[in-house]
Design a protein. Structure first.
Length: 555
């Protein structure tokens, strides 16, 4: 094995030389403050809005094995996403690496990722698609969520005697790669393996026809249910007219605990966590509600219209308008402030942070807008002739979005330009097809569709994810690239890895600066110290030593 050498070390301890790290001194810090950590050491505070460190000439080669390591502190109660830790990435060429923590709110009706660590590299790779099968008798995969190492899906199932279910994906090693036409079989195609092989039934929380929302809160998986009006997707109405409007907590197996009914509502469309509390909205009536424990929900008022989605950004809870468009900010108690409207747009479906900016997806043109922080929205482009932008997520450095009526996936390539990648649902003789839900899991981006009711995943470059929630407080984080693998470490323990022969040949070199505390998602929201870069893949015992002592020696 080649000798591992330390290339750079930024202490981030507030001392005069804490940014030296490199002999050329091409390092600048923006909006950092310093505070004492639990052990008394000074650490840099990143504010989640503007803070970052920029290294203009990173000490890495494009094919070099390397390791990055650092101490990171995150709070248990969050009013913002956690953002990116390290990024050396060119979004134009799609070359580089990214390391960060995924908090995804408002990916249409669900909160798919919460405190999930990821590490990815890319060299301008072509996306590879995989058909992950149909959960149960799903017509519509309305929600996806990563929880305790597994991917869960919430479904709309339309036939008489059927109800919405939650399923756990167990086919990651069985499904096989598709050939570039991911959903070529439409609703009648069979995945590799049967539905029972690929998706385990976790039960039906409620007799109504849909599980529309999933979210991880306080260490548990929650599900919101509704009676879905299929006419909104130009499909025949379900004969199951049992009302929804309740929220349930998963208790394992097929058991669900009733957490109560949203007052006056027969639907729960969206769940999200803000400042440590669970919020919910219906779709067929107005209101935003906060969970008070047991079966109790508190009315938090309404912007005066029905809503579609909730998100968390830069200290605030935001809601997307389902009647007349617009975005609204929660100001506490029952007060909501309008944050501006988008000309010609009558419905806002989704939110996504991207390079620190809050982005939204709209109807009746498939346009994305970015918030300027006041009351204006900047047009970030149109997706072909599509009519609606639904799920949006950043995955391995790039922002992706799903559309209606063709259920297509687009990639944002900057300057209001979107690149069409794939149509996920080719069901014939229907008016609308939706690419509605998204989640990052097992290093891939997953998307749920209507009306085929299938889940399709995509890999772009190579990525590993820690599919359990990163615990708050101080954690030692490390990531490595060897000649044939990627690995993630938390507190000195390897939590996930990927072996692939092409990793060593991927040239991720680019002309962009290395940034600490900033990347394709957002500015980091937390504290950081003792950031190191090594040439070579650091042995696991050396990672453990760094995590144990805060310093390590390599030979």
């Amino acid at each position: 094995m080649d000798k591992v050498t330390e290339l750079a070390h930024w202490r981030l301890d507030g001392s005069a030389g804490d940014l030296d790290g490199m002999p050329n001194g091409l390092v600048t810090a923006s909006y950092l403050t310093y505070a004492s950590s639990d052990g008394g050491e000074q650490a840099a505070r990143f504010d989640g809005r503007r803070s970052k460190v920029s290294v203009r000439q990173p000490p890495l080669g494009g094919k070099d094995p390397f390791t990055v390591a650092m101490w990171v502190h995150t709070e248990a109660v969050l009013d913002d996403v956690l953002g990116d830790l390290l990024s050396w990435y060119d979004p134009t060429t799609r070359r580089g690496f990214n390391l960060g923590i995924i908090n995804a709110h408002g990916v249409t009706s669900h909160q798919p990722n919460y405190r999930n660590l990821y590490f990815g590299i890319d060299a301008g790779s072509k996306p590879v698609w995989r058909d992950c099968g149909r959960p149960g008798n799903a017509v519509y995969v309305m929600a996806l969520a990563t929880f305790e190492g597994s991917l869960y899906a919430g479904t709309f199932e339309t036939n008489l005697g059927e109800s919405g279910h939650v399923y756990r994906y167990r086919g990651a090693d069985m499904a096989g790669d598709a050939s570039g036409t991911a959903a070529k079989n439409g609703s009648s195609g069979a995945p590799v393996g049967t539905s029972a092989d690929l998706w385990e039934d976790c039960g039906s929380p409620d007799p109504c026809n849909a599980v529309a929302a999933l979210a991880v809160h306080d260490g548990a998986l929650y599900a919101g249910v509704m009676r879905y009006n299929a006419g909104g997707s130009s499909l025949p109405e379900s004969p199951n007219t049992h009302p929804g409007g309740r929220v349930y907590r998963y208790a394992g197996g097929q058991e669900w605990i009733d957490c109560g009914q949203l007052p006056g509502a027969d639907s729960v469309l969206c769940l999200t966590v803000y400042r440590g509390e669970l919020y919910a909205i219906p779709i067929y009536s107005q209101g935003v509600f906060r969970y008070e424990g047991g079966t109790s929900w508190r009315d938090c008022g309404s912007p005066g219209r029905r809503l579609m989605s909730l998100t968390v950004h830069n200290g605030h809870l935001y809601a997307a308008g389902n009647e007349g468009g617009g975005v609204f900010r929660y100001d506490g108690d029952r007060s909501w402030e309008a944050c501006g409207f988008q000309e010609g747009m009558t419905q806002i479906y989704s939110f996504a942070p991207h390079y620190g900016g809050l982005h939204i997806g709209a109807w009746p043109q498939a346009r994305v807008y970015e918030y300027d922080g006041r009351r204006h929205w900047l047009d970030r482009g149109l997706m072909g002739e599509e009519k609606e932008v639904m799920a949006m997520m950043v995955y391995n450095g790039k922002l992706y979005a799903g559309t209606l009526p063709l259920a297509e996936i687009y990639r944002y390539d900057g300057d209001a330009e979107w690149t069409r990648l794939q149509q996920l649902d080719l069901t014939p003789n229907v008016r609308y097809r939706r690419a509605w839900s998204m989640a990052t899991y097992a290093g891939r981006l997953y998307c749920g569709t209507l009306p085929s009711g299938r889940v399709i995943s995509m890999e772009a470059g190579k990525c590993v994810t820690h599919d359990d929630s990163l615990r708050p407080g101080w954690r030692h984080i490390a990531a490595s690239r060897s000649e044939s693998s990627l690995a993630l470490f938390v507190d000195g323990q390897k939590v996930t890895s990927l072996d692939a022969g092409e990793i060593g040949s991927m040239d991720i070199g680019n002309e962009r600066p290395l940034t600490i505390g900033y990347g394709p998602q957002d500015h980091f929201n937390g504290m950081m110290r003792d950031v190191r870069i090594f040439r070579g893949a650091l042995p696991e015992d050396e990672v453990q030593r760094l995590a144990t002592t805060g310093r390590g020696e390599t030979g």
